[in-house]
Design a binder for this molecule. Structure first.
Ligand code: FES
Length: 110
């Protein structure tokens, strides 16, 4: 999956998150990109409880202050900075973080 362009850097503002589908079939990946404290992070969009994507509605991943990613299936809450579950049925487990970089031209690449 390395070298995949998700979007331009200026498309993810502070306190925002977006979902991306990459590839197709067996190599399809569902990715969350989130920015908090100026830092961009990327996670595989699969809850460690039952493996479902976190969101019900497009790009609706965060709580009101942008500190937690929320799984809409059973309500697990994950710290944006670490992906660790702090509330819900999978406390102590974590989302899978993936490396993200800003390439020349301001493109976000995983
Ligand atoms: S599938 Fe996410 S909390 Fe159950």
């Amino acid at each position: 999956m390395s070298g995949v362009v998700l979007c331009r850097e200026d498309e993810i503002g502070e306190g925002e998150a977006r979902g991306f589908l990459i590839g197709a079939g067996a190599v399809r990946r569902d990715v969350i990109l989130v920015r908090r404290g100026g830092v961009l992070r990327a996670y595989i969009n699969a809850c460690p409880h039952q493996g479902t994507p976190l969101e019900t509605f497009a790009d609706k991943f965060l709580n009101s202050d942008g500190s937690l990613l929320i799984c809409s299936t059973h309500g697990a809450r994950f710290r944006v900075e670490t992906g660790r579950c702090v509330s819900g049925p999978c406390v102590g487990k974590s989302l899978t973080m993936i490396a993200v970089a800003i390439a020349d031209g301001g493109l976000i690449v995983i």
